[in-house]
Design a protein around this ligand. Structure first.
Ligand code: BG6
Length: 293
């Protein structure tokens, strides 16, 4: 059990579980259990807090906008928001009896010079005062992340939110995602709606699907040889994105290396895309757990 701070990286462990969070975007960049890494990280990912780009891989946080948002209040904010690009404060990490906990924080004070933050504020006609907190709890076979958002001064603050998690898999073609049966989805590549009728989803081509999760879709498993994980989340995260750029699009992404590594990853991302609001003085929170099975 240990906690180490190495410049912009916070490394912590609990038994045979090890995690590493980059202050850049408060991105979980590594989750290792019994020597096996469960997260994909591009070899070209830049983990420095000063890097101009978000981390390609791990679990960046998408907030306040998902994609190029269709929501009026978020139209001027860049793809996937700006908090993944900010250098978060590391607050504390502690080894407790049952787990190791690491806490991070980002507030409007750190964002004042960020153009995308300013764009977001324009809609409300005032500087948005907010605080985001991320608390990671590392157990022997799982990691839980708790996120809190406090809206200090806007009567009703609208946002989208997503854990943009890149899972590492030995071979994406041999991977199955279960738990999506009966879920409606939007195929974002073809702008087509559909219904998943199959108990197992395979990813065999460029994929960008946004699922609306029902009551029967609260446990999502990624099964891939010896790398099997179960994903769960608080009930307020009702959406799930499955994304793989595949060969052609991986080639276009500068920070995606090696180019062939689209074969060894898949993003499976819990979030809320429909537009959630938090009123002035209130705290919104959510939770997501990755368990090795
Ligand atoms: C996914 C989106 O969440 O992220 C995709 O569904 C997007 O549409 C992908 O291409 C990667 O986005 P980015 O901004 O991290 O390159």
């Amino acid at each position: 059990m240990s906690v180490e701070v190495e410049n912009d990286l916070i490394k912590f462990s609990y038994g045979e579980a090890h995690a590493c969070v980059a202050k850049k975007g408060c991105t979980l960049v590594s989750f290792v259990v019994d020597g096996d890494e469960y997260l994909y990280l591009s070899e070209a990912a830049n983990l420095s807090s000063k890097s101009p780009t978000p981390v390609r891989g791990g679990m960046p946080l998408i907030f306040p906008a998902f994609g190029n948002s269709y929501l009026e209040s978020l139209k001027t904010v860049q793809q996937h928001g700006f908090v993944r690009n900010m250098a978060w404060d590391f607050v504390i990490a502690e080894v407790l009896t049952e787990c190791t906990v690491a806490r991070f924080r980002l507030s409007h004070r750190q964002c004042e010079k960020e153009q995308q933050y300013k764009n977001w504020c324009e809609f409300y006609g005032q500087p948005i005062k907010f605080e985001l907190t991320m608390v990671f709890e590392l157990f022997p076979d799982c990691i839980t992340v708790n996120t809190g958002l406090v809206n200090e001064n806007v009567s009703e603050l609208e946002f989208q939110f997503l854990y943009h998690t890149y899972f590492r898999v030995p071979c994406v073609r041999d991977m199955y995602i279960t738990g999506l049966k009966g879920a409606k989805y939007l195929d974002r590549l073809q702008t087509r709606y559909g219904l998943d009728g199959s108990p197992m989803l395979k990813v065999e081509e460029q994929t960008d699907k946004l699922y609306e999760l029902g009551e029967n879709n609260r446990e999502i498993d990624i099964l891939s040889g010896n790398y099997n994980v179960r994903l769960t989340a608080s009930d307020n995260l009702k959406d799930l994105v499955v994304w793989n750029p595949w060969e052609e699009n991986a080639a276009k992404m500068k920070d995606f290396e090696p180019k062939s590594s689209y074969r060894n990853m898949c993003c499976v991302e819990f979030g809320t895309i429909g537009g959630t609001t938090v009123t002035q003085g209130q705290r919104w929170q959510c939770q997501h757990t990755i368990t090795i099975i």
